[in-house]
Design a protein around this ligand. Structure first.
Ligand SMILES: C[S@@+](CC[C@H](N)C(=O)[O-])C[C@H]1O[C@@H](n2cnc3c(N)ncnc32)[C@H](O)[C@@H]1O
Length: 281
């Protein structure tokens, strides 16, 4: 039985080529306006998410950026260009790291954007190396959320900023109800399909970040703004090119495609939440 890390690696090794072919370089939700009602081209929606996050966190400049869970470097290269910064991206998938390196070279950013296979729970970087740590939709894969935030804090320079966006479940502390067994079942199915050990609620992340020492903490729930993303993914998955690509991408990718409705259901039921956390060191 492969370990969680191996499963994640295999999942992204197998599916990233197809995702890029159908969707492009960004492997994250799109932003459809605060109320989730704006209609726009799908790649634009993903770029808008990055821009809205930068606005929300008020990032005016950055020089040394770390992209934790970088995919094929979609955000990394976007941020390198926008801020004229040096960017380092880490991923568990060698296929993704190699593709990100090739994309950086093709974009003329090979000298400022580097990518490597590394584990976010044991980052191969010295303390206080980066002034912006960016993590977009990778936290849900982390088996130890505490260690993950500890590592992000460790590599951040004093005064540096942390932007963390991740799949959460709804808050469960009183007066909210604990998760029901139906909710747990839906979460289990989502975990299995997307190689997630478990997710937690946004207030739980905030408590961990606070204990870790992050300052100026802010959180936000953007579920309504991003939920339409899954309707668009489902539409794109039933095109002939996607179906053909799926057949060549192995069982885990096919299973993920067949299960796209799970996330849609999760948002509709208010169970899945798209959580944002900002903090400084
Ligand atoms: C959904 S993709 C997001 C990619 C990218 N942030 C984007 O928005 O395009 C999740 C990424 O998290 C990475 N990841 C998951 N667990 C990781 C870990 N323990 N260490 C480093 N990267 C990890 C995966 O390899 C993958 O690149």
């Amino acid at each position: 039985m492969p370990t969680l890390q191996q499963q994640i690696q295999q999942f992204y090794d197998a599916s990233s080529g197809l995702w890029e072919q159908i969707w492009g370089e960004h492997m994250h939700h799109g932003y459809y306006g605060e109320a989730g009602t704006e209609r726009k081209e799908r790649r634009q929606a993903q770029i808008d998410l990055i821009e809205e996050l930068l606005k929300w966190a008020d990032i005016q400049q950055a020089t040394q950026i770390l992209d934790v869970g970088c995919g094929i470097g979609g955000s990394s290269l976007y941020l390198a260009e926008k801020y004229q910064a040096t960017v380092t991206g880490i991923t568990l998938s060698p296929v993704q790291a190699n593709r990100a390196i090739a994309r950086a070279q093709a974009a003329g950013l090979g000298d400022r954007a580097t990518f490597q296979v590394a584990d976010a729970l044991e980052m191969p970087f010295a303390d206080q190396s980066f002034d912006l740590v960016w993590s977009l939709e990778s936290g849900e894969h982390m088996p130890d959320k505490q260690k993950f935030l500890q590592e992000c804090y460790r590599v951040l320079k004093p005064g540096g900023k942390f932007i963390f966006v991740t799949w959460c479940h709804r808050p469960t502390a009183a007066p909210q109800a604990p998760l029901t067994s139906d909710e747990r079942k839906l979460l289990e199915r989502i975990y299995q399909v997307y190689c997630l050990p478990y997710v937690i609620s946004l207030p739980e992340y905030e408590a961990i970040a606070q204990a870790q020492g992050f300052q100026s903490l802010r959180t936000a729930d953007w579920s309504t703004a991003v939920a339409p993303f899954w309707d668009v993914v489902i539409d794109s998955a039933i095109t002939p090119a996607a179906v053909l690509g799926l057949l060549g991408s192995g069982w885990t990718t096919i299973q993920a495609a067949l299960s796209l409705g799970l996330m849609q259901q999760g948002y509709r039921r208010g169970l899945i939440r798209f959580g944002l956390l900002y903090g400084t060191r």
